[in-house]
Design a protein around this ligand. Structure first.
Ligand code: G
Ligand code: G
Ligand code: NA
Length: 256
């Protein structure tokens, strides 16, 4: 309850910030963009990780406001990078969208406001939604995703393999890529079943003409194995942890 009331005030006081985890292409391991990940710089407790406060935000309904803050902050930052790198830069930025944000009646209006306010070119922005987010009302969710895609966003299914996407759903939802869950990637070198699941998800994604992302790549062997499978994008501690803005900026400086 305490964190919940603190959170309300923290949104007004701007105590949240975004970290940026690099997303690289395989096999060349070049920076292609970032995933924005929220952090809370609490006045008394210091940095609080999202695993602690996102569930509270979801239970209390604050997730809509928090998600709206993330959308604005990410669009604003992306606009700064686009101005710096020039129009047409291929740099991408992903943001995580909570199920309740997608289901919210004002979902489109809120996103439109952030888009227009920032002046960002959203064609290089990706929205990550979990399979759970899609488990609700199929018609509503696919309608929402279609509207976001018409605005130019790419849609990625996050934590893929841990939820309930039936094949028919994958077929019906307008999506651009799959992010293979870390729980399959991390053990893939020593656990044959995990490796088989990764291969199968890659094959499924390819067959449906989707981009494939591996999350939680921690070792060299996994990066090599994923390259061999032609998984085109990867994130993980092998390449970089989520970085504060200054460090992400420095990486972008190297691209210029
Ligand atoms: O950054 P970290 O690995 O600690 O994130 C833990 C979890 O919190 C991840 O599952 C991530 O998807 C989620 N998360 C991080 N940032 C955001 C955000 O901006 N919005 C939502 N809805 N979830 C986020
Ligand atoms: O659910 P989502 O994919 O948004 O989760 C991203 C979270 O995973 C972030 O909190 C990030 O800190 C964490 N993460 C990113 N790369 C790695 C990794 O290589 N290993 C582990 N253990 N966690 C990672
Ligand atoms: Na994510």
């Amino acid at each position: 309850l305490r964190l919940q009331s603190d959170m309300r005030r923290a949104i007004e006081r701007d105590e949240f910030l975004l970290f940026y985890q690099p997303v690289v292409s395989l096999p060349d391991r070049r920076l292609t963009g970032f995933e924005a990940l929220i952090r809370w710089n609490h006045a008394q407790r210091g940095l609080i990780p999202p695993a602690t406060f996102i569930p509270i935000a979801e239970e209390s309904g604050l997730i809509t406001d928090l998600g709206d803050w993330v959308t604005h902050a990410a669009c604003r930052q992306m606009r700064i990078w686009q101005d710096r790198l020039g129009p047409g830069t291929p740099l991408t930025l992903s943001i995580n969208i909570a199920p309740a944000q997608l289901a919210h009646p004002d979902a489109w209006a809120l996103i439109d406001h952030a888009m227009i306010h920032s002046g960002v070119d959203v064609r290089r922005m990706k929205l990550e939604v979990t399979e759970t987010a899609l488990a609700g009302d199929d018609d509503l969710m696919s309608h929402r995703l279609r509207g976001l895609r018409e605005r130019g966003f790419q849609i990625l299914i996050d934590d893929f393999g841990t939820g309930y996407s039936s094949m028919s759903r994958l077929h019906r939802f307008p999506i651009d890529g799959l992010k293979i869950d870390q729980s399959f990637i991390r053990p893939m070198l020593f656990d044959g079943d995990s490796a088989a699941i990764v291969r199968t998800i890659v094959a499924l994604g390819k067959a449906l003409d989707l981009d494939l992302y591996a999350e939680g790549v921690e070792d060299e062997g996994a990066a090599v194995a994923l390259s061999r499978l032609n998984c085109e994008f990867a994130q993980g501690y092998l390449f970089a942890k989520p970085l504060p803005l200054e460090k992400a900026d420095a990486l972008i400086g190297e691209m210029l």
